[in-house]
Design a protein around this ligand. Structure first.
Ligand SMILES: [Zn+2]
Length: 204
C-alpha cells in the first residue's frame, strides 16, 4: 500500500490534462504551435513554444503566481518545442529583478533553466546576467517605452563564448531579450538564440 501511495505521489501528471504518466503528454504537446521571429538585434532567431494563449498561458500565470511545481512540465514544453536533438548547449536565463525574487521566493526563469538541466545532461546553465540599473516593471509600457526602459539594463558578470541560448518565459516585444543579448555579445558570445515559452501577439 505504502509503495503504491509513493508511486502515485511521484508519478508526474500532464501539465494540461493532469493524466498521470508524463509531465507533458503527447496529445497536449500536439496542441502547441511553435512561433519563430528573426529580426531582433544581436539574436539569430527567437523560438517560442507557443503563442501567449490557451492552456500554456494559464499554466505560466499559475507558475509565476506560486505553483512552482509546474516548472518541471514547463521545462518539458521548452525541451520538446524549442530545441533540436541536443548537442552540448549553454543556457543563460534572463534574471528576475531582486524585488520579484523577494516577492516570489524564487527566480522563476532560473528555475526553468535548472529544470531543463535536470531533464538533459547535455545542458549547462550559466547565470551570468545581472542588472546594471533598476528597471521599471514592463507591464503597461508601450513598445518604445519598453525598449528605453531596458536599454543597457544588463551586464554579464563573466566572459562567455560560443553559442548561447537565452531563456525567457514570455517574450513580449523582445526588448528584454534584445537588451540581454547586447550584454552577452559584449561578454564574448558568438551567436545567440532566444528561447521562450510563449510569444505575445506584440512580437508577431
Ligand atoms: Zn495532457
Amino acid at each position: 500500500m505504502y509503495s503504491k501511495l509513493t508511486d502515485l505521489l511521484f508519478t508526474p501528471a500532464c501539465l494540461n490534462c493532469k493524466r498521470f504518466g508524463l509531465a507533458l503528454c503527447d496529445r497536449c504537446l500536439l496542441q502547441l504551435n511553435q512561433v519563430k521571429k528573426f529580426d531582433l538585434n544581436n539574436i539569430d532567431e527567437v523560438i517560442c513554444a507557443h503563442s501567449y494563449e490557451g492552456w500554456l498561458r494559464d499554466r505560466i500565470i499559475e507558475y509565476k503566481s506560486g505553483n512552482y511545481q509546474l516548472g518541471r512540465g514547463l521545462a518539458e514544453v521548452l525541451l520538446a518545442k524549442c530545441f533540436e536533438p541536443l548537442t552540448n548547449i549553454t543556457i543563460v536565463p534572463i534574471p528576475s529583478s531582486s524585488e520579484k525574487i523577494a516577492l516570489r521566493q524564487i527566480d522563476t526563469i532560473g528555475n526553468l533553466a535548472n529544470q531543463l538541466k535536470k531533464l538533459d545532461s547535455k545542458i549547462q546553465v550559466k547565470k551570468v546576467l545581472g542588472f546594471r540599473h533598476l528597471v521599471q516593471d514592463q507591464v503597461g509600457l508601450t513598445q518604445l517605452q519598453r525598449a528605453e526602459n531596458m536599454q543597457n539594463a544588463f551586464r554579464s558578470t563573466k566572459a562567455i563564448h560560443g553559442q548561447v541560448f537565452l531563456l525567457d518565459d514570455v517574450v513580449t516585444t523582445g526588448s528584454t531579450m534584445a537588451a540581454a543579448a547586447v550584454a552577452l555579445k559584449e561578454a564574448g558570445a558568438d551567436s545567440i538564440i532566444g528561447i521562450g515559452l510563449c510569444a505575445s501577439s506584440k512580437l508577431h
